[in-house]
Write a protein that binds this ligand. Structure first.
Ligand SMILES: [Zn+2]
Ligand SMILES: [Zn+2]
Length: 466
């Protein structure tokens, strides 16, 4: 029996042959692991390279057995100063007991006493990857995973994951958001092939990181709505299965807000499950669209500005949570407009020669991005092309008029900003920019410029037409 047949047999109980049977499994992790199937929703072939998820007390002990089964006998365990203490050392022992050759690499902190996913960290890790290294194991939170994800992918080593905090949905994803030359960009890399979420280790995660994971999930309210806007206004492909999977992960977390806030084992498990569902949804479609919209662009913008100013980084999910409240406010504003008002402002926009020409957008990018404007210009090349810009704008104006009822329904489905704020507060995360530590001026600036972080349709891009 070959490997694929073996896996098919293992998964026999999960029928993924029709749209209906696929949608029925959208709330679960297990049915998708290692599967390749034709999607009943979007018609594409989806493939999930993640083969195994162990989410329980003592899950780390399953890692050496998995490595043996896979014939991986030489492992590099990568952690930072904090996670080496919380998990790295224990894992090294477990690997030793299983007669595996394992070495520990502890990535040093930067001048702010933290780890950044940048060129420096990547090279520091690569120095430890020797010709005999067969697998690289990330023992840490999101940033550490992104460094390992990139290194494992570029050196062709197997990538295994031990998340030490349920702080982001990026554990299972393919893209590695790295800061290169001060600009945050997501570089295609690979997902881990197995994730060992040890509840004993996760219980040692600092509370702000747990709240940040919850904030990253709350951002799915707005990222999913942004994706719907892209479908309605620009015919962007949308996979209902992937969108539903993200939504189910989000709802799982909302249902367990109290447990997550209290940091109970059940709460940590549900939060990590939600984050992994969001990650698997990104694996299905091969990009971060289901999980990352305007709220992430705002967060990335703040991050870049902090970096340029040499300031200490803020937790990703904490920023996303606060940014989601801002996006929800824009959604509410859009929802309140009637078709007549939208038609009037869209035709005014269309007639505005300053807006039709790409010069104003170029100037905005120069003003917002300064030294890194080059990357932002490249990212937005499609809409800065004069001919394409005209076509795009005509289509937008027409669709805004003819499809406003549907657009408005998407806007109305986003919870009120007060509701998101209440949920964030319940989980113990920052709610306002002041609590987060971002100045009101920077928030205002980002609401104008952050839409250029990615060439992706979001409520920020809709908002400028209203
Ligand atoms: Zn699909
Ligand atoms: Zn995120």
């Amino acid at each position: 029996m070959n490997e694929q047949q073996h896996r098919d047999q293992e998964h026999e109980e999960f029928d993924l042959s029709s749209r209906e049977s696929q949608m029925k499994q959208a709330h679960r992790i297990e049915p998708w692991l290692g599967r390749t199937f034709t999607c009943g929703s979007c018609g594409q072939e989806h493939s999930v390279p993640l083969r195994k998820v162990v989410l329980e007390r003592g899950a780390m002990a399953a890692l050496p057995f998995y490595a043996q089964e896979r014939g991986l006998s030489s492992l590099l365990l990568v952690s930072d100063g904090r996670t080496a203490e919380a998990a790295g050392r224990k894992l090294l022992e477990l690997c030793g007991e299983a007669q595996l050759q394992a070495r520990q690499c502890v990535l040093p902190d930067d001048e702010h006493g933290e780890l950044a996913a940048d060129e420096r960290a990547v090279v520091q890790l690569l120095l430890h990857v020797t010709p005999d290294t067969q697998a690289i194991v990330a023992v840490g939170a999101g940033t550490l995973h992104d460094i390992v994800r990139f290194a494992a992918h570029r050196t062709g080593r197997a990538f295994l994951s031990v998340p030490t905090a349920p702080s982001v949905d990026g554990f299972a994803s393919v893209g590695a958001p790295l800061i290169i030359g001060g600009f945050k960009q997501t570089i295609p890399a690979c997902s881990p092939e197995a994730i060992f979420g040890d509840l004993e280790v996760l219980a040692t995660a600092p509370r702000p990181m747990v709240a940040a994971g919850f904030g990253d999930m709350l951002g799915k309210y707005t990222s999913l709505a942004d994706w719907e806007l892209g479908r309605l206004l620009l015919d962007e492909p949308l996979c209902d299965l992937a969108a539903d999977m993200t939504r189910q992960g989000l709802e799982l977390c909302i249902r367990h807000t109290a447990d997550i806030a209290a940091g109970t084992e059940e709460g940590l498990r549900k939060l990590l499950e939600g984050l992994l569902l969001s990650g698997i949804s990104m694996l299905l479609v091969g990009h971060s669209r289901p999980a990352s919209g305007g709220e992430h662009h705002l967060s990335h913008y703040w991050e870049m500005k902090f970096l340029q100013a040499g300031r200490r980084a803020l937790l990703h999910g904490a920023k996303v949570g606060v940014a989601a409240v801002k996006m929800a406010a824009l959604y509410r504003e859009a929802a309140s407009l009637d078709a007549e008002a939208v038609r009037a402002s869209a035709s005014q926009r269309l007639a505005d020669p300053d807006y039709a020409a790409p010069d104003a957008a170029r100037a905005d990018i120069a003003a917002g991005y300064g030294a890194i404007a080059g990357q932002a210009l490249a990212e937005n090349a499609a809409e800065l092309d004069p001919a394409r810009r005209v076509v795009l704008q005509r289509q937008l104006a027409e669709r805004l008029s003819s499809r406003w009822a549907a657009v408005q329904a998407v806007c109305r489905a986003v919870p009120a900003p007060e509701r998101l704020a209440e949920l964030l507060a319940a989980a113990g995360g920052p709610v306002t920019e002041a609590q987060l530590g971002v100045e009101p001026e920077l928030v205002e600036e980002s609401l104008r410029y952050a839409k250029y972080v990615r060439h992706r349709y979001t409520i920020m891009r809709l908002h400028e037409w209203l």
